[in-house]
Design a protein around this ligand. Structure first.
Ligand code: GLC
Length: 433
């Protein structure tokens, strides 16, 4: 394979990105799954480092690692019920333990513990429930003898870079079509050159031509990964969030429950991501036997029920068109989907009326997304005023009701989209009253 230079590689990946990313941009919502030896003690996925656990002591966890039969299927069944469209599994976290039948890394779940290929079970479950498949792959490795020596010893670095390439070759060769490669923590080297990322990613893309790669191999690649925050980027981005703001790996759900997200909070995150042109990758940390943490089941199930009725406001092509502060205390965000603007209301107005300012044209019609109930409205002075609204929030699942405003063509508003990739140029001075 003729090796491209970095500029050539980045020009090539940019020219092919829209086609590769289309399904991802419309999928919006995915499940992150952190599962490994750290799940057994349940004291955070960085426990080995935080607690200075010597290798020989930590390696004992490999035989205690006993995920029950069907655990990966349980994760993906819940992801499907939650309305998630893809899933990303930690195939090998910083601890260096591979959850697949690796010939490159004997420290794996077939040689130890369950003596099963967990990655295979994850892939099979994703295919059964129709979810796209993502592999998380850590660059940092606390177990491999060259995992840290590569920082200063060039021979160790060559060996370790080859090891990383070989691990990911197994993953992208042995499990059929894989959709996402999710790198993490590029340390100790702190440059794409140190990781040989241009050559490696070119090669891995040759194995899976449609694969989407995140920005954590010291190259921007296909999407940004704001972590534990929803800060929008002016490129494709995906916010990765723990379920509780405490740990990616399993921690006692009872103690974590007060910090875990409710269905309403998950919807609020989903709305922020949708309205700002990004995705939400929400994590679960399965327990020692692989069970889904109890505090995640009810909120995710409710979000899925909500999405069954209101998914049109989330999935598919969305263009952020305005950030509207309605009611003074409840923010609503509208996104346009071709001709429709979706107004999410978490605080339902009292008194039966509410207005949306900043629209240059009247909608053709306005209705509740959940059941199509028409909503009366007037349009005057760039202001849409809804009338005769129900006294109570129509959505009984999560109290998040979506009003659809259907226009003749794309909605024209005075709010220029903050994100260059979506700019429509209607915010010209002559449009301002
Ligand atoms: C951070 C953590 C790592 C976790 C990752 C998820 O890199 O160090 O443990 O897997 O975030 O994005």
């Amino acid at each position: 394979m003729k090796l491209m230079s970095k500029p050539q590689y980045e020009e090539w990946t940019a020219s092919t990105r829209d086609a590769r990313m289309q399904w991802w941009r419309e999928a919006r919502f995915g499940m992150f799954i952190h599962f490994g030896l750290y799940s057994t003690p349940g004291r955070h996925e960085w426990m080995q480092v935080y607690e200075n656990v010597p290798h020989e002591e930590y390696e004992k966890l490999a035989d205690q690692f006993q995920p029950k039969e069907g655990a990966p299927r349980e994760w993906i069944k819940l992801a499907k019920a939650a309305g998630m469209k893809y899933a990303v599994l930690t195939t090998r976290h910083h601890e260096g333990f591979s959850l697949w039948d690796s010939k490159v890394n004997p420290y794996n779940s077939v040689n130890y513990g369950p003596h099963r290929d967990i990655v295979r079970e994850f892939v099979d479950a994703c295919r059964e429930f129709g979810l796209k498949i993502g592999f998380y792959t850590s660059l940092m490795d606390w177990h491999h003898p060259d995992g840290w020596k590569c920082a200063y010893d060039l021979e160790a670095r060559k060996r370790f870079n080859q090891y990383i390439t070989d691990l990911n070759t197994e993953l992208l060769t042995n499990y059929g079509k894989i959709d996402i490669l999710w790198y993490d923590v590029s340390l100790p080297m702190e440059s794409w050159e140190g990781w040989d990322s241009v050559a490696r990613n070119q090669y891995l893309r040759s194995l899976q031509p449609d694969i989407i790669i995140n920005n954590r191999s010291r190259l921007p690649e296909d999407f940004g990964t704001p972590e534990e925050n929803l800060k929008a980027e002016d490129r494709d981005w995906e916010a990765c969030m723990t379920f509780n703001g405490i740990s990616w790996g399993y921690v006692d759900p009872e103690q974590a429950a007060p910090f875990s997200y409710s269905a309403q909070q998950i919807l609020h995150m989903l709305q922020k991501c949708t309205s700002s042109g990004g995705n939400l990758l929400l994590n679960i940390g399965p327990g020692p036997d692989g069970s889904v943490p109890a505090d995640a089941v009810e909120p995710l199930t409710k979000v899925g029920q909500w999405l069954e009725k209101n998914g049109e406001a989330v999935y598919g092509k969305k263009v952020p068109i305005s950030r509207t502060g309605v009611l003074g205390n409840g923010l609503a965000f509208a996104t346009s989907d071709e001709n429709n603007a979706y107004l999410w209301t978490f605080i339902w107005p009292k008194g039966g009326t509410m207005s949306m300012g900043g629209y240059l044209e009247a909608p053709k019609k306005v209705y509740l997304l959940q059941d199509g109930t028409p909503i009366d409205f007037e349009f005057e002075g760039q202001r849409i005023t809804f009338k005769n609204l129900p006294e109570k929030a129509p959505d009984k699942i999560c109290g998040a009701s979506v009003i659809v405003m259907e226009f003749d063509g794309a909605p024209k508003t005075l709010f220029a989209s903050r994100y260059p990739q979506f700019h429509q140029g209607w915010d010209k001075p002559e449009n301002y009253i």
